[in-house]
Design a protein. Structure first.
Length: 257
C-alpha cells in the first residue's frame, strides 16, 4: 500500500511539473503599434513580440511615414512569482518625412505571464508616465493607462481594473499626478496591459532631429490575504486538549499506584 501511495505522489508531482511548464510556455507578450489621425482613429497597426521589437539597429517607421526611427524597450517581471510585479515600456521616435502634428503614436503592451505570490490578496496598481524632453521647437506629451486582467491572450482576457489616465508633458509640463487602482482579489496568474499615446506638439516648429516618446512604468503590489480565523468551537477544543491529556496522565498514575 505504501509503495502504491509513493507512485501516486510521484505521478502527481510529475503532472504538476508538466502543467507548470505548459503555463510558462503559454505566457505571451504582444506589442501593438498604431498611428492615430487627428480624430484619434487608427490608420495603421503593426504587431510585435518581445523578440521582434524594433530597436536602434532595426527601427520601425509607420506606413504613412509620420513617425520614423521608432524603437521600443519592454522590461517585465512576468514569469517570477512575487508580491511586487512591474511592467515598463520606453518608446522613442523621430518626426517622419510626412510628419503631421495632429497625429499620435499609440503603443499597447500586453503581458499575460505575471505570477502573484499571494493569490486572492489585495493589489495596488500604480501608473506613472514620463515624457521625453529630447525635443526642440515643441513639447512631447505622453498619456498612459494601466489595466489588469485575468485569463490569457490566446484564451481571452477579462478586465479586473484599470487606472485613470495620467499624462506628462516635457519640457515644462503640465504633468498629472500618478494614478492608481485597487484590485480587491488578484488571482495567481494575471495579465497587465499598458497603453501609451505619444504626441509631439509644436510651439515654433518641431526640429526633424527631435526625439518624441517617453516611458510608462506600471507597478502592482499585492498584500497577502488575512488568515481566516478558526471557529470558536474549534479553538475551545484545541485549548482544552492539554487539559484532557493531563487528566489522562493523572488517571494512569492513580491506577498504577
Amino acid at each position: 500500500m505504501l509503495r502504491n501511495v509513493r507512485w501516486i505522489v510521484a505521478g502527481l508531482v510529475a503532472v504538476v511539473g508538466l502543467l507548470a511548464s505548459a503555463t510558462r510556455a503559454s505566457a505571451d507578450t504582444v506589442i501593438l503599434v498604431e498611428e492615430l489621425n487627428g480624430s484619434n482613429t487608427s490608420i495603421s497597426s503593426t504587431s510585435f513580440t518581445i523578440a521582434t521589437l524594433p530597436n536602434s539597429s532595426t527601427p520601425f517607421t509607420t506606413p504613412a511615414g509620420t513617425f520614423s526611427n521608432i524603437s521600443i524597450t519592454v522590461t517585465t517581471t512576468s514569469g517570477v512569482s512575487s508580491n511586487v510585479n512591474s511592467l515598463t515600456t520606453t518608446v522613442a521616435a523621430k518626426p517622419g518625412s510626412t510628419f503631421d502634428p495632429t497625429h499620435a503614436l499609440r503603443v499597447t503592451v500586453t503581458d499575460d505571464g505575471f505570477l502573484n505570490a499571494s493569490p486572492t490578496g489585495t493589489a495596488l496598481v500604480t501608473n506613472d508616465p514620463g515624457a521625453s524632453s529630447g525635443i526642440s521647437g515643441g513639447v512631447n506629451n505622453l498619456t498612459g493607462i494601466t489595466s489588469i486582467q485575468s485569463g490569457s491572450i490566446g484564451g481571452g482576457l477579462t478586465l479586473l481594473g484599470a487606472t485613470p489616465s495620467a499624462s506628462d508633458t516635457s519640457p515644462g509640463g503640465p504633468s498629472d499626478a500618478n494614478t492608481s487602482v485597487t484590485i480587491p482579489s488578484l488571482p495567481a496568474n494575471f495579465a497587465m496591459t499598458q497603453q501609451l499615446v505619444i504626441r509631439s506638439i509644436p510651439t515654433t516648429g518641431i526640429d526633424p532631429n527631435s526625439t518624441s516618446g517617453g516611458t510608462l512604468s506600471s507597478t502592482i503590489v499585492t498584500t497577502a490575504p488575512e488568515p481566516v480565523p478558526a471557529p470558536a468551537g474549534l479553538l475551545l477544543a484545541l485549548t482544552a486538549l492539554p487539559v484532557f491529556g493531563l487528566r489522562r496522565v493523572l488517571r494512569r498514575k492513580v491506577v498504577a499506584q
